[in-house]
Design a protein around this ligand. Structure first.
Ligand code: CMP
Length: 831
């Protein structure tokens, strides 16, 4: 009872102290995590100093409680790490991470190996300890700590890409360090030998096995979470379970990296899980994780701090010298990677450029923390290590962690400031000034009126107004003269704002139940592509991204191929069905964006830049509408089915808000509302299933639509239909390429194509055929033929062409006549 009491008391006292330190850290603008470690250190020293003296009462209990909180490496790994890592990954945008994955992996894997070698060898030459022990220390101090790094970067408001680079590195290199540690520790304790090849194979298995485990676990859990609607508490709890289960199962049962597993699970929930729960639940989920992260973060830094004095009581001057060697070697190795290997990789085209300022900050920002200490604790807790090795490992690692926490972390802010990374870009500053000037002047104008309404002395109102006038003049004088910021930069800001707004619109549509989770995910992915486009290429990048979003991507072409080669229709049908919904939703969004842009953009960007955005949006609207109409023309029945479902969904939504209003007006009770909503949810589920799209690719049916087959009887139609293969082609698709050998001819059952002949292209429509000339003359294709809209074609292969010509003389006559007309005098095929 007493032990448990002390344990709870200790934990809660630490949490209380930690919470009170946060406002202090904010006030003195000092990194919170470092302040915690410092406070922990002070408490630890107090603990040491009062050994043997037992103050009575609560104070004594408190000290004894701290003493019971002896942190073990297992506690760090099993209790804190899963939550901390999952929370960090949950906050990293997977797309940003993917964009910079090359430099991140380079730093996390190669960088760690280089650093291990450099630190290990340097220490070995001066320390008089075994090489393996020195390398072990090198591996431990080389892993940058995500918790420390993220905490500091969050505090300082570093640019997004820089944070992603450093956070990504620290998330990934923990796994590398732990694997390397295990291999070296095996060598040291068991005295075995490790082949470099075996070690590498092991590393790949552990690293990527962890990723696969995490992804699968998260995917499964996301599926379960998606089924449990209206149970936000359960959904959120399950993400906590996922964080721990993915870690524990990977480590204990699959013998792969638990860290990588938790990282992958967090990333997956961030990108995929968002549309598995309602937006309110996501909000609550993010809040819960923020809280959990705060608890774990606060406690771990405090506990790490408590540990410090115990380790440092018997440090000698010689230790300090060795530590200096470790510090210099570690930073030198990091410099080697950042300034030697990274630029080389960029020159080889393997990764994006990372600016000099970023690299300098990354060099300084590689903080070490809990993971390194936990690994040192493992050495301390394992009796197989000799006492001198244990001492060396623990003093070097603790010393290095302290160095980065107390030297690097507090000076990071200065570094960022020195390189100007904590300032707004000129464009952002211009936008901020304009928005501020606008709000100040409207507040100033509103003041007099408000004062009048509330009967306040006008003189007083004037005084307050004068204050606003003064601020306004300040902002106006800081405002750059028009033209100083190029319009293109302002338009980039405008498009970014509009695209953010677009994301909001889709999330709202999802929240209202108007689109399914899957469509919502597609729409959000489309927004990401647009944002990346704007970021990389401004207006042109945005335009290219819009075109790409309206085109048919690789997945669509794979589905087309599947249908053509293997006659598998499912994927193509569902892709077209999704395209319908995506196009409808984007069209509605663009209409809303046009109105939003008209209203908001002028005050943000100025009239000129704002006006330039409108034609861009209008073009997008037109192109989207065209794409949607082309699809509707091809599948009118399906279009109506979707519209009907959409209306039904809107009706459900209206019904729900109607019921809720009745509750607000106390017409119905909570119980009645619950019952009504339950019924409503049942009906909503019925609207969930995706209506099937019938591609209509049936030769006989298509054949009957071609005039010169239509009056044939049922039997000949069936016979000819056997020779013809139905095929859907999509707008813009080139069916025939000029100059290629001809293998088939085509009958158009519905749709239209364009034949690229001089002087002007010729259009062919339903009932026409093309591609006959190459089959008749056995010469290369005479022209390009491109689909204008969706077309249902019937393909006749060259092997079946001759038999059909022989058995159907009337058909042969029509085809040769048309070919001769098309070629003019140049026809030299059979009659
Ligand atoms: P082929 O040469 O096999 O491939 C290109 C096709 O374009 C050709 O067969 C005809 O079917 C079609 N084509 C060529 N010239 C014309 C034309 N002047 N008018 C209509 N269609 C044509």
């Amino acid at each position: 009872m007493d032990a448990t009491f002390l344990w709870v008391l200790g934990l809660i006292s630490l949490l209380t102290l930690a919470s009170l330190l946060l406002p202090l850290a904010n006030r003195i603008r000092f990194p919170y995590s470092v302040l915690l470690a410092a406070a922990g250190g002070l408490l630890g020293a107090l603990l040491l100093g009062t050994r043997g003296v037992e103050p009575p009462g609560p104070a004594g209990d408190f000290l004894r409680a701290l003493d019971t909180l002896d942190i073990t490496s297992e506690a760090v790994f099993l209790v804190f790490l899963p939550a901390l890592i999952f929370e960090s990954a949950l906050n990293i945008n997977a797309r940003h991470l993917a964009a910079d994955i090359a430099p991140i992996l380079l730093l996390a894997i190669l960088g760690l190996l280089i650093s291990t070698a450099v630190v290990g060898l340097s220490l070995w030459t001066v320390a008089g300890a075994g090489l393996v022990a020195c390398l072990l220390i090198g591996a431990i101090v080389s892993s940058t700590d995500p918790v420390a790094v993220i905490a500091v970067f969050k505090d300082l408001g570093a640019p997004k890409r820089l944070s992603v680079l450093v956070e990504g590195e620290s998330l990934f290199n923990d796994a590398t360090a732990i694997v390397l540690f295990t291999i070296l520790a095996g060598l040291l304790v068991e005295g075995g030998s490790a082949s470099p090849l075996g070690a590498m194979g092991n590393f790949v298995k552990v690293f990527f096995g962890g990723i696969v485990t995490g992804l699968l676990a998260a995917w499964g859990m996301a599926w379960v979470i998606g089924r449990l609607r209206n149970l936000p508490l359960v959904q959120i709890t399950l993400t906590v379970c996922l964080a721990y289960l993915s870690f524990l199962v990977a480590e204990r049962y699959l013998h792969v990296s638990g860290v990588m597993s938790a990282v992958a699970a967090g990333l997956m929930i961030n990108s995929f899980g968002r549309t598995q729960v309602s937006p309110e639940t996501w909000h609550a989920l993010a809040g819960t994780w923020e809280e959990l992260g705060f608890w774990a973060n606060s406690l771990i830094f405090f506990l790490v701090g408590l540990l410090i004095p115990k380790v440092l009581v018997d440090v000698s001057a010689a230790d300090a010298l060795l530590l200096a060697v470790v510090v210099v070697a570690a930073f030198f190795a990091r410099m080697l990677v950042l300034f030697g290997v990274l630029p080389a990789l960029h020159r080889l085209g393997l990764c994006h450029q990372v600016s000099l300022a970023y690299r300098a900050v990354m060099l300084w920002g590689g903080l070490r923390g809990a993971v390194a200490l936990a690994l040192a604790l493992v050495v301390l807790e394992t009796p197989e290590y000799s006492a001198p090795v244990q001492r060396l490992v623990v003093t070097m690692v603790t010393g290095f962690v302290l160095f980065t926490l107390f030297v690097n972390a507090p000076t990071m802010g200065m570094m960022l400031h020195f390189f100007g990374l904590d300032r707004l870009s000129p464009t952002d500053a211009a936008v901020r000034n304009r928005v501020m000037a606008l709000s100040l002047s409207s507040i100033r104008d509103g003041l007099a009126q408000a004062a009048g309404q509330d009967g306040i002395d006008p003189a007083l109102a004037d005084e307050v107004k004068a204050e606003y006038d003064r601020r306004l003049r300040g902002v106006e004088s800081a405002m750059l003269r028009p033209g100083e910021i190029p319009d293109s930069a302002l338009q980039q800001v405008g498009l970014t704002t509009l695209t953010d707004q677009e994301r909001q619109l889709y999330l709202q549509r999802f929240a209202e139940g108007l689109v399914s989770p899957r469509i919502a995910r597609m729409l959000l992915a489309q927004v990401d592509v647009l944002l990346d486009g704007v970021k990389a290429g401004g207006v042109e990048g945005w335009r290219a991204a819009v075109n790409r979003s309206l085109g048919f991507g690789p997945a669509f072409h794979a589905a087309l191929l599947l249908q053509r080669r293997l006659r598998v229709q499912g994927p193509l049908a569902s892709m077209l069905a999704h395209r319908f919904e995506v196009l409808r939703a984007s069209e509605a969004a663009v209409v809303a964006l046009i109105a939003y842009g008209e209203q908001r953009m002028p005050s943000l960007l100025g009239e000129g830049a704002a006006a330039a955005l409108q034609p861009l949006l209008q073009d997008r609207l037109q192109a989207t509408r065209q794409a949607r109409e082309a699809l509707e023309l091809q599948y009118p029945v399906y279009a109506r089915t979707l519209q009907r479902r959409h209306l039904a969904r809107i009706a459900l939504r209206l019904e729900e808000s109607h019921y809720k209003r009745m509750l607000d007006e106390q017409v119905i009770s909570q119980e009645v509302l619950k019952e009504l909503l339950r019924e409503l949810a049942q009906r909503a589920r019925a609207q969930d299933h995706e209506p099937r799209l019938d591609l209509g690719l049936d030769s006989q049916r298509l054949l009957r639509r071609v005039p010169f087959f239509s009056d044939l009887g049922a039997e000949p139609i069936r016979e000819i239909a056997r020779l013809l293969e139905p095929r859907l082609v999509v707008p813009g698709e080139r069916v025939i390429r000029k100059g290629e050998p001809g293998e088939s001819m085509y009958f158009i059952s519905s749709g239209a194509v364009e034949v690229g002949v001089a002087p002007a292209p010729v259009r062919l429509g339903s009932g026409d055929f093309f591609g006959e000339i190459a089959l008749l003359t056995r010469r290369p294709r005479t022209a390009d033929v491109t689909a204008i809209g969706y077309c249902d074609l019937l393909v006749l292969h060259v092997d079946d062409f001759q038999p059909l010509m022989r058995s159907r003389p009337a058909l042969r006559e029509v085809i040769t006549r048309v070919a001769r007309e098309r070629l003019g005098g140049a026809y030299d095929g059979p009659e």
